[in-house]
Each structure stands twice: as structure tokens, then as C-alpha cells.
Design a protein around this ligand. Sequence first.
Ligand SMILES: [Zn+2]
Length: 300
Amino acid sequence: MKQDRRTFLKASVGGIVGLSAFPLLAASAPAVTLGDRIRVMPGLPGNVVVLKGADGLVLVDSGSAEHAPALMKSLAGERVRTLINTHYHADQTGGNALFGKAGAEIRAHAITKQWLAADYWSPSQDRWIKAPPKEAVPTVSFRDHGAMTSGSEHIDYGYLLEAHTRGDAYVYFRDSNVLAVGDVASPLRDPVHDWFAGGWIGGRVDAMDELLKLANADTRIVPAYGAVMTRAQLQAERDLMSKLFDKTSQLTAKGHSAKDMLDAGALKDVDRTFQDPYRFLYDVAKGLQAHYTNFAGNVV
Ligand SMILES: [Zn+2]
């Protein structure tokens, strides 16, 4: 899967040619091409990955309901054969209904399918979220991993246990060496732990270790939000989260709340600026409390 510099340059040139063939969204952020058949569409509001296969398109995530019509328009009538969701959040699955109704097969982890198939209570929004139309619900689900091909591209996807939700998945385009990781990597926004859905910081570190095993130095890693990452950047984010796991799990084991952690300087001495430090720590603390027996058994 390794690319030498010459192959990479060739791929980059192919990317520029590809760019003109793919109409851009009205949004200011342009699509990014990765090789000759994959592009990343940003601003939907997050990233959507589009693979141009011989038998139609493969999408990773479908954007929000608000942005999905613009996404569909940008595909210029090309059929979406398969859509793979990285998790259930509305900014990744809001376009499912639109593409599902147009005939796309939707794949996701079994728990993501469950979240999408029924109404659920959102504590962060303090309201019930209605289930989407049945066409938005994945028809192919998996517990551990799965695979498919599109033209000559081999695509693997698999479960990332309890990282950001309890139904996170990666999608690895093996031949293009592009790895879509959803919100399990978060270089732009504060990392979010949807503790109500089973995500927690310990799961995030483990999931990032899984991703690092899949990637090599040339892998282009696509997070849900933000620029395409290298393996080294993913490693740096993983190490930071691991350091924070050590700090916050020890404080939780001692009975400290998120406010106590903030006051104790839990986010000091880490090379990252948090937009909302208390909100980040609140979700970390709730996740740690929910998984207390996974880390605090011999600490107290
Ligand atoms: Zn998310």
C-alpha cells in the first residue's frame, strides 16, 4: 500500500485533473482530491468522502439534512451505490434519507443502525429526536467489520468500540490508502464524547490505536471535521488523548467532578487549545463515570 514519491506526485496531478471534473459546492471550502478517484467534500457541515467507482459512487457519511441537497447536486447526477455511515450523529447521517430514497444501499455498525431506527432522547439538546424515514436507516449492518469492492478499490470497514459513540466505524480505501475515521479523530473541533451513547475517552484512545495499526506513513486520514491528517498527526492526537485519559481517570477515581478537574488544571501542560474546556471535561467526566469499573478497580 506504500506510495513512493513519484507515485504520489502522479496521484496529485491526477487529483488536479479530477478537481475540474467534480463541480464544487457553493461553499467556499473546495473539495480535496486524494488520488484519482477519491475526493473529500468539506463544509457539509463536516467532511463527506466520495469514491468514484466503476459502478457508481461510494460515500462515507451523507452530511446534514440541510446540506445534503447541495451535496447531491455536486455529484452531478452520478448514482450513489453505497453510503457508509461512521456513526449516527445528524451531521453525518442527515442526508441518508435523500440518498436512500434515490436507491443508495446504506451500511453502518449495528448500534448506529439501532440509533437511526427509533426516536431517541438527546440530553445535550434536551429533546426527543424523531427517527428519520425508513429509507435513511442502514440496510446492511455489521458487528465487527466488513468489506466490499468498487471497481478496483478494496474497501474495509470496521468497528471502533466506544470511542465517540458506541457505534463508530472506520472506512479504509485500501488501494487509495485513504482512511475515513469520522469523529474518532478531531483535529479541528474539541473532541466530543457522546457519553449518553457510550463514547468515552478510554474507548477513544483504544480506537485511535486501532486506526494507527491500519495506517502507514502515506495514509491520508480523513476526520469528520478539519483537514486531511497524516499518521503522525493522528499519533500526536492519540498521545494527547492518552495523557488526558491518565490525568482525568485518576481524578475521577478520586471522586473529582469536571469542575474539579478544570480547577486542578487537567488541561494544562497539553499542546492543544480547547474552545470550551469545561464542556469537553464534562463529557470526559460523564464518560469516565459510566465506565468506572473499566479503569478504577484497583485505584480507590
Ligand atoms: Zn459525531
